[in-house]
Structure formats: structure tokens, C-alpha cells
Design a protein around this ligand. Structure first.
Ligand code: SF4
Length: 364
């Protein structure tokens, strides 16, 4: 029986380029078609990344106090979000944070700093951290995310051993002025180009759920495809209280899956990361998303907590995937079960100490 999405996957596997109409068909598919969409996108994921999941770990080098006004951001100018605010971490603090993620299986560390963009002194500071990190963990990739780059800064980062540079486009060009007034979409694109020209692997992605249309999402993804973004983080808006997008809840778990699938169909061989907001928006569908995306951030985000790192590693293992670079579901994970091995031991039961028979509120 003809299946539109399996046919679409066949054509992408044969080297076709996803059209705008096809991308919109994925985004506008019905709930009844959801598993067909996921199954077809999962074939592309398997073809290019087999059963691996790339684990990335964020280190927020400098938090809050940003002069820019990105509406979605808890660190923006005038944000009343009750986030941690601090200036640059000391190199030894950054190294200790990174080591925690690496021990848990991260093959890429993402060094992030708030702000419009780095000064040359900031670039030197990060270069020094990267040299230390690479000396201790030579096999680990380092991605820097420092904002808009000026001439020569990307090259300096490359020379210091940085592997990749992240700068998200976030949304479409036509929607950009609605989410930020202090810099332009073009400046964002130029930074991705600077990074690429310097030999850094360009990492650039999206934030969905800010009120954009499906057409905006397609525009943004097609721009990322044309730019050659080599990893695409898809964030789902975390509507922090104290920011202009406070209370903005526009995504359903199913729509988050469709968005990830559309990116997979458009960029089948590109690292696709389920990024910030996955827990609150994909909710119980997170494991299904892992069959479409091949990458995630472990543990916490820049200013908010993610689910427990242990839960991330268990989700990877339970779905039959392995952490890229370790050949297992994580260094401290349970022994890997063979295919169809049946049930494996789960976490020990926590004895109930709340609800009926106690003075503590029940769990519901
Ligand atoms: S430039 Fe970065 S840190 Fe500053 S408000 Fe925008 S997203 Fe947030």
C-alpha cells in the first residue's frame, strides 16, 4: 500500500532534495499519520547515524546580563527571570564542569557565553580554556558559542583547537524582527559563514514555539540547509517568567515530533539535536523523538535544569541506542541488553513515603 512518508524517505535516501510542499506536508500531517512520519524519518536517521546518539554537554561560561533583547531568552536585557547571573567562570571551574559531562559520555562540550559577541580578550580567554580542555581530553570536540563574531575571531578560535561554532538562526528571516531588535538575521547568517570560512564546523539551529508559522519553520530550515549547518539543534521555547514570551505555550508533543521529522527529511545526513525544552514539550514522546534526532544535550541547559542525566542515558539505552564514541549506552549505564533480550533490570523501587498512610501529599 502506498505510504506518502515512506515514499518521501525512499526519495531522500536516493538523494532527492526536500521541496517546500513536502516539508509543509510533514508539518501538517495528522495525528493518525504521526507514527508513519516518525517511522519514515527514523529510516533516514538509521541510514546516516545507525544506532548512535551524540551526547553534548553545555557549560555556561557567563550567565545573564546580556545587552541584547532576544524575546525568548532568560538572559536578555531587562529579563526578570530569576536565573543565575555571573561573569566568566575561571578556567579551572569551566574544566571541572566540562569533565563532569565528559565522564557521563559527552563527546562534545559546548562552551557558551551570553552577550552580543566576544571581545578579542574574551576570545583569548576562551582559547586558553580550550587549550586546557584539549590537553586533558584530546578526543573530545569543543564547540564555542559566544555570539556574533568579528573578523579574525573565528580563525583565532580555530587555531586554539575549537572544532565547531554554534550560532542559531532561531527563526525565519521574515520573522526575525519579531524576536529581536538589537541585531539582525543577516548578522547571524554572517557569523555562521565566518565560522565556516575559518574551518569551524557550523552548528546552527532553531527555536520552535515562538508564534512562527509552519512556513517560517520551513524557511528557517531551508536557510540552514543552504548555509551547510553541520549540526542543527532544535530548541522548543521554554517560556521563562520575566521574559516577553512568558506564558507562550504553542507546541504539542506531536507537533514537536513533526518539526524534528521535517528537519530530518530536509537534512537527512545532518546531526539533528533535540535541544532545550525537549522535556517540557515532547514530554512522554521524548523516546520517539530519539528515533528521529541523533543528538541531545545531556543534563542541564544554560539557565534551567533538564531531566536527570541518568534519565537521559537510560532513555538512550532503553530505546536500543548507544552513546556515540563509547559503544554503549553510557559509561555508568546498565549492561547493554542484546536485541530482543526482553526486560532488563530497572532502577530499584523507591519505597512510597507519601500519599495514603502518610501525612505527605500524594503524587498526582
Ligand atoms: S544575544 Fe544570546 S544571551 Fe543575549 S539575549 Fe540574545 S540569545 Fe540571550
Amino acid at each position: 500500500m502506498f505510504n506518502y512518508f515512506q515514499d518521501l524517505a525512499d526519495r531522500q535516501l536516493a538523494g532527492a532534495t526536500l521541496s517546500r510542499e513536502e516539508a509543509l506536508a510533514v508539518l501538517e500531517s495528522s495525528d493518525a499519520q504521526l507514527l508513519d512520519v516518525v517511522a519514515a524519518a527514523a529510516r533516514l536517521r538509521r541510514a546516516h547515524f545507525a544506532n548512535t546518539v551524540k551526547v553534548n554537554y553545555l557549560v555556561n561560561l557567563k550567565s545573564g546580563l546580556c545587552p541584547e533583547d532576544c524575546t525568548y531568552c532568560s538572559q536578555r536585557l531587562g529579563s526578570a527571570a530569576q536565573i543565575l547571573k555571573y561573569s566568566w567562570l575561571k578556567p579551572e571551574e569551566a574544566a571541572a564542569q566540562a569533565a563532569t559531562g565528559i565522564r557521563a559520555g559527552a563527546s562534545r562540550v559546548c562552551l557558551v557565553a551570553s552577550g552580543r559577541g566576544p571581545s578579542d580578550r574574551d576570545v583569548d580567554r576562551v582559547a586558553g580554556m580550550v587549550a586546557g580542555l584539549k590537553g586533558e581530553h584530546p578526543g573530545v570536540e569543543v564547540c564555542a558559542c559566544l555570539g556574533i563574531l568579528k573578523g579574525g575571531q573565528a580563525g583565532r578560535l580555530k587555531d586554539a583547537g575549537v572544532d565547531a561554532y554554534n550560532h542559531n538562526l532561531n527563526t525565519s528571516e521574515s520573522n526575525y524582527a519579531d524576536i529581536c531588535s538589537t541585531h539582525t538575521f543577516t548578522e547571524r547568517v554572517q557569523t555562521v559563514e565566518h565560522a565556516k570560512d575559518a574551518g569551524l564546523s557550523p552548528c546552527s539551529g532553531l527555536i520552535a514555539g515562538m508564534g512562527e508559522s509552519n512556513s517560517d519553520l520551513v524557511d528557517a530550515v531551508f536557510t540552514l540547509r543552504a548555509l551547510g549547518s553541520e549540526s542543527i539543534p532544535v530548541n522548543f521555547l521554554m517560556p521563562f517568567d520575566g521574559t516577553p514570551l512568558e506564558g507562550t505555550w504553542l507546541l504539542t508533543p506531536a507537533q514537536c515530533l513533526r518539526i524534528l521529522a521535517m528537519v530530518r527529511f530536509a537534512c537527512p545526513a545532518t546531526e539533528l539535536r533535540m535541544a532545550g525544552g525537549r522535556e517540557m514539550h515532547l514530554r512522554t514522546l521524548q523516546p520517539l523523538a530519539l528515533h528521529v534526532a541523533n543528538s541531545l544535550f545531556l543534563g542541564d541547559y544554560l539557565t534551567s535544569e533538564g531531566q536527570e542525566g541518568r534519565a537521559d542515558l537510560d532513555m538512550i539505552a532503553d530505546n536500543g541506542f548507544v552513546v556515540l564514541g563509547t559503544g554503549s549506552s553510557g559509561p555508568s549505564s546498565r549492561p547493554e541488553a542484546a536485541d530482543d533480550a526482553g526486560a532488563s533490570p530497572g532502577a530499584p523501587a523507591t519505597i512510597r513515603r507519601r500519599g495514603a498512610g502518610t501525612a505527605v501529599a500524594p503524587n498526582a
